[in-house]
Design a protein around this ligand. Structure first.
Ligand SMILES: Cc1cc2nc3c(=O)[nH]c(=O)nc-3n(C[C@H](O)[C@H](O)[C@H](O)COP(=O)(O)OP(=O)(O)OC[C@H]3O[C@@H](n4cnc5c(N)ncnc54)[C@H](O)[C@@H]3O)c2cc1C
Length: 140
C-alpha cells in the first residue's frame, strides 16, 4: 500500500509516496474536504489526461501539466518539497534544513551542481529548483 500523510488542515497540501496514482491523491483531498466540511476543494496542480493511471513519481519526473493547470499550476510550480535519492545514494530532503545544509556542504560547487543528469540549483532561500533527466534519480 502506498502511503500519504493526512492533508494539511485546510487541505491545501499533502505529502505522498511516488507510487500513489495521481487521481487517488485528489480523492484523498476530496474526502478530507467532506470530512471536515471545508469551504475549498483542493486538487493537485497537474491534471494530465493520464491522471487515472499515472503515478506521482512519473508526474514529478515528467513535470506533468494538463489542460486546466497550464504552466502556472504544473508540477514545477506546485511542488513544495521532495525527498530524492541520487545515483550515489545521497539523500536530499528539501523540507529538512539539516538535509539541505548537509547536501550543500558535500556537493556545493558555486551553488549549482550536476549529478548523473540531475541539475540542481539551490537558491538563497534554500528552495530547490530542479531539472531531472529521466531515470537518474529516485523520488521516495
Ligand atoms: C494517455 C496519456 C495522456 C497524457 N496526458 C498528459 C497531459 O495532458 N499533460 C501532461 O503534461 N502529460 C501528459 N501525459 C504524460 C504524463 O506526463 C504522464 O502520463 C505521467 O505524468 C507520467 O506518469 P506515469 O506514472 O505514467 O510515469 P512513467 O511513464 O511510469 O514514468 C515517467 C518517468 O518518470 C520516471 N519515474 C517514475 N517514478 C519515478 C520515481 N519514483 N523516481 C524517479 N523517477 C521516476 C520513470 O523512470 C520515467 O522516466 C500523458 C500520457 C499519456 C500516456
Amino acid at each position: 500500500m502506498h502511503q500519504h500523510t493526512p492533508p494539511q488542515d485546510d487541505g491545501s497540501s499533502i505529502t505522498v509516496e511516488p507510487g500513489l496514482i495521481a487521481a487517488e491523491v485528489n480523492k484523498i483531498l476530496a474526502k478530507h474536504k467532506t470530512k471536515h466540511n471545508l469551504p475549498i476543494q483542493y486538487k493537485i496542480g497537474p491534471d494530465p489526461s493520464s491522471i487515472d493511471s499515472c503515478m506521482i513519481g512519473g508526474v514529478v519526473a515528467n513535470n506533468s501539466s494538463g489542460m486546466c493547470c497550464g504552466v502556472s499550476q504544473n508540477t514545477y510550480h506546485t511542488l513544495k518539497d521532495m525527498r530524492v535519492v541520487f545515483v550515489d545514494g545521497t539523500v536530499l530532503d528539501t523540507s529538512d534544513a539539516e538535509s539541505r545544509q548537509r547536501f550543500l556542504q558535500v556537493w556545493s560547487v558555486c551553488g549549482g551542481l550536476c549529478i548523473g543528469g540531475l541539475h540542481v540549483y539551490i537558491g538563497a532561500c534554500g528552495c530547490v529548483h530542479w531539472w531531472a533527466a529521466y531515470g537518474c534519480v529516485s523520488l521516495v
